[in-house]
Design a protein around this ligand. Structure first.
Ligand code: HAH
Length: 334
């Protein structure tokens, strides 16, 4: 549990301890550069990239646990818990998984063999050290009525690749809490698809215990009623929920400007209100929400500097580029 030092800003994790864990995504740099903030304010961390397939398993017979193990060591030294992110995803997965050196597409049996080997090796390595796993990330399509996005997992294994992944994960560690994680999860159309997908899996008896709501919001795009409806809909399945990747971009949808170098104080004030409303809502659902994780620690290290517009600055988190508390943090500690 983070320390509550005197004469300092109170700790976020301590403030919310009776409702849910408060987490942050970290990476091999920020566990050094942002160590103080992480220790003081968070009691859960997620590796931003270091536990993805391409990082842990770059070649068929090569596993590289070094950078991820450094993050786990940091967590252990500081009494912080860790989520596992992520075992099966269409991104940040090496080509060798799907095709051989001559470019020949691998068969369903080969791909399932690789999937099982990867899941068993990774979950075996971290057994007892992750309080949950994102087993499958982002399988649902954003387009129209299609349920699953086209991906090499779906094309080459078939639609049952999700069920297979969850079975392998359960086999690897029967104690593990297994999550399905996705974005745009509060959009009503996508929400119903995610609901249907997880319901189907549950109806088949597949071991799936939770849904991760990524929570990548845009300042003007947060519809609180939709967030609430998504929480209720997913919770009706009887699974646990986590907000896994929360951030609030200061850019509106479609804004492609790259020339803004400082955040507008008025937008920061609005961002603070949105964060407060979201955390108030999450608190109302604390009986089903186990953790709320921001996708980063401070605004000097955020994936949104490269997405969806490369090379523009964004300010989506609770601490500023100087690691000072933003208005949003003050609102959450009120
Ligand atoms: C997430 N995708 C991933 O889960 C995480 O692993 C990565 O580091 C960053 C974000 C989000 C995403 C999105 O919001 C829209 C399109 C594609 C991906």
């Amino acid at each position: 549990m983070p320390k509550q030092a005197p004469n300092q800003v109170p700790s976020l994790a301590v403030r919310y301890a009776s409702w849910f864990k408060v987490g942050a995504a970290v990476n091999h740099r920020t566990i050094a550069t942002h160590a103080e903030l992480i220790r003081q304010h968070f009691n859960s961390i997620t590796a931003e990239n270091e536990m993805k397939f391409e990082s842990l398993h770059p070649k068929p017979h090569t596993f590289d646990f070094g950078p991820a193990d450094d993050i786990l060591d940091f967590a252990k030294q500081n009494g912080i818990q860790m989520r596992g992110h992520t075992l099966v995803w269409h991104n940040q997965t090496p080509h060798w998984v799907f095709q051989n050196d001559s470019g020949e597409v691998r068969s369903r049996a080969e791909l399932l063999g690789t999937m099982r080997h990867h899941i068993h090796t990774v979950m075996g390595h971290y057994q007892g050290n992750m309080y949950c796993w994102d087993v499958v990330n982002e399988a649902v399509s954003d387009e129209g009525e299609t349920l699953l996005r086209p991906s090499r997992w779906r094309e080459q294994v078939g639609e049952d690749y999700l069920a297979q992944a969850f079975w392998y994960a359960h086999e690897a560690d029967p104690e593990a809490q297994l999550f399905y994680n996705d974005y745009n999860e509060t959009n009503p159309t996508k929400r119903e698809k995610i609901y249907r997908l997880v319901k189907d899996l549950l109806d088949q008896g597949v071991p799936i215990h939770g849904i991760g709501l990524q929570g990548h919001f845009k300042l003007d795009g947060i519809v609180l009623d939709e967030v609430k409806a998504a929480i209720e809909r997913y919770a009706s399945l009887g699974v646990r929920l986590q907000v896994t990747e929360l951030d609030i971009s200061l850019y509106d949808l479609g804004d492609r400007r790259k020339d803004i170098t400082h955040p507008d104080p008025e937008r920061l004030a609005q961002q603070a209100e949105r964060y407060e409303e979201l955390f108030d809502l999450f608190r109302q659902y604390a009986s089903v929400i186990d953790a709320v994780t921001t996708w980063g620690v401070a605004d000097d290290e955020t994936w949104l500097d490269g997405f969806p517009v490369k090379g523009r600055k964004d300010w989506p988190l609770l601490f500023d580029v100087e690691h000072q508390p933003k208005p949003a943090l003050a609102h959450l500690l009120r």
